[in-house]
Design a protein around this ligand. Structure first.
Ligand code: PMV
Length: 359
């Protein structure tokens, strides 16, 4: 079991800077790639939604069919370095120390190149401190870090709304990882997507909630969220009701957060999670992201609650269980979840900061 230290909540979020050294494979990759013109490095944290997003109103601009509310997680993050290199002929990407297919990255980098009026290819080096593609929102932290690093490397100065709109085009949940603490993503109505961005609701240190992540499987999920959302949108009878009632859930969550009412936040969190998984299960063919340990951990959270602990679960498009804890209860929750059969590892995390440049 690995317990990560609690976060950087004593560091002013807007000015948060760390210096971090690249891993050995990363250093080798960078040495191999040479030139350092137009270079920037950024860190963005993963997030989990308390009120869930599932479904797109526009696939090309990646516009969500519903808004969402999330918490940014201090303990799970991506560090990304981008170098626009005049000598490079193709984009090259190293993910967690291994060269990887650049297609999805190139599409995203094209947005940045177009905006900056450059056509240099890029070297991207990205490292996650947690399992990739396994329902821990690596695409959220990954595309948020890429948006910030790539725009800076291209010489662009973008505010957090513009960065959130850019990150959204890589992954819907990435729009939220530009911001820290408790965050709301707006669905927006405009066809051009300029009103579909995330905004902070509360800073990380205003309400120091904690999250215990119970990892039950580190494998890559079978149906990625884009494909899953597309089938739910066309092949679930529940989808219209999901979209219709989203605003009511968001309004309830906003007011529960404004009141710092942990019970109301927790109840809505479990409700939105189970409703989203109900939608997934009702899709033809059904999307089943849980395994036996996922279900056992959900029951364990409910048992802890019956025993008096303030804790509620949520689960994304994967088998990991995240337990939202009122301040001061994460150690007890992590100790209990670590004993659940099939839970491989638990991590405790505080709420994390907005994405930031790394010197
Ligand atoms: O951002 P995407 O395309 O990975 O979709 C995320 C969808 C969920 O994680 C299941 C829910 C959410 O709001 O983050």
């Amino acid at each position: 079991m690995l317990h990560l230290a609690h976060g950087l909540t004593d560091v002013p979020i807007a000015h948060n800077r760390v210096s971090c050294r690249a891993s050995k494979p990363t250093q080798r990759f960078l040495a191999m790639m040479g030139s350092n013109s137009g270079r920037a490095r950024a860190r963005a944290h993963s997030n989990i939604a308390l009120v869930k997003y599932w479904g797109k109103r526009d696939a090309v601009l990646n516009l969500p069919a519903v808004g969402s509310i999330s918490v940014t997680l201090d303990g799970l993050y991506t560090d990304t370095e981008v170098i626009f290199d005049a000598k490079a002929t193709i984009d090259r990407v190293a993910l967690n120390g291994a060269q990887t297919d650049p297609t999805r990255f190139s599409r995203f980098l094209d947005l940045v190149r177009r905006r900056a009026g450059i056509d240099k290819r890029a070297i991207v080096v990205s490292d996650n401190n947690f399992p990739t593609g396994a329902g821990l929102a690596s695409s959220a932290s990954g595309f948020a870090a890429l948006a910030l690093a790539a725009s800076a490397a291209a010489g662009l100065t973008m505010n957090s709304r513009e960065l959130s709109i850019l990150a959204r085009q890589g992954s819907g949940s990435a729009a939220r990882s530009i911001l820290g603490g408790l965050v709301e993503m707006h669905r927006g109505d405009a066809d051009n997507g300029l009103d579909a961005y995330a905004e902070p609701i509360l800073d990380a240190d205003t309400w120091p909630l904690e999250v215990v992540v119970a990892i039950t499987d580190t494998g890559v999920k079978s149906v990625d969220s884009t494909a899953g959302m597309q089938s739910s949108g066309t092949a679930s009878d529940f989808y219209p009701a999901w979209v219709e009632h989203a605003e009511r859930d968001l309004a309830g969550m906003r007011s529960a957060i404004a009141d710092r009412d942990f019970t109301a936040v927790g109840e809505l969190t479990e409700y939105s999670c189970l409703k989203m998984h109900g939608l997934m299960l009702s899709t033809r063919p059904g999307l089943i992201y849980w395994n036996a340990a996922t279900v056992a951990a959900m029951h364990a959270v409910r048992k802890l609650r019956a025993d008096g602990l303030p804790v509620y679960f949520t689960i994304d498009a994967g088998p990991q269980v995240k337990a939202l804890c009122a301040p001061g209860h994460a150690d007890a929750v992590a100790a209990a979840l670590a004993k659940v059969p099939g839970v491989l590892e638990t991590r405790i995390t505080a709420l994390g900061p907005a994405a930031f440049r790394v010197e």
